[in-house]
Design a protein around this ligand. Structure first.
Ligand SMILES: [Zn+2]
Length: 188
């Protein structure tokens, strides 16, 4: 007999408890027109790790809402890969206020990507589905070592700057120190 997943009950109960504080947010039409040059619009590309949440590390106001309006693109490691560019291009098209704006790349210490290698991810995937080897081998997973941590941020900043699709945007880099919560700017 299949085990019953208790998460839906928890999700709905937590949502019901949280919902009274929710106020109707801006519409997408309003969001598309918001932000001021040169800082806005702002995209943050960071890791999907729950410890690396930009809403948390960029702080919230007294009302509990984020200090900064931004779109976040989260993936393993916060790497600039082909799937990241899909998000960047979509966000650029949604922006109606300027040809500029800012993209910030944020990687973090003790990232899961430093605990894996591309070869190991491929090995695990191939063990599950050997017939799908062409697709598995074609994916760039973007693992890196903890020694290369800051250099990987610089590499991704340079990769972004080399993309003609982000022309006019300011590319920034930051390291989030998972253990202390500190955010450090990285220059490339
Ligand atoms: Zn990570």
């Amino acid at each position: 007999m299949a085990q019953t997943n208790s998460l839906p009950t928890k999700f709905l109960a937590n949502n019901e408890a949280w919902r009274p504080g929710w106020t109707n947010p801006a519409t997408m039409v309003q969001i598309r027109q918001s932000g001021t040059a040169p800082e806005g619009p702002l995209m943050i590309i960071t890791c999907m790790d729950p410890r690396c949440d930009p809403v948390q590390f960029l702080g919230t106001g007294a009302d509990g809402k984020p200090n900064t309006l931004f779109a976040s693109i989260r993936n393993p490691g916060g790497r600039i890969t082909k799937d990241t560019m899909r998000s960047v291009l979509t966000l650029r098209a949604l922006n109606t206020i300027s040809e500029g704006g800012t993209i910030a790349v944020v990687h973090h210490t003790d990232c899961g990507m430093t605990h894996l290698t591309d070869e190991y991810i491929r090995e695990k995937a191939l063990a599950r589905n050997p017939a799908d080897d062409a697709r598995i081998n074609a994916i760039e997973y973007g693992c890196f070592t903890s020694e290369d941590f800051e250099e990987t941020i610089r590499i991704d900043m340079r990769t972004l700057r080399a993309e003609s699709y982000v022309d006019g945007m300011d590319v920034l880099g930051f390291a989030f120190i998972t253990e202390t919560g500190e955010l450090k700017q990285i220059f490339a």
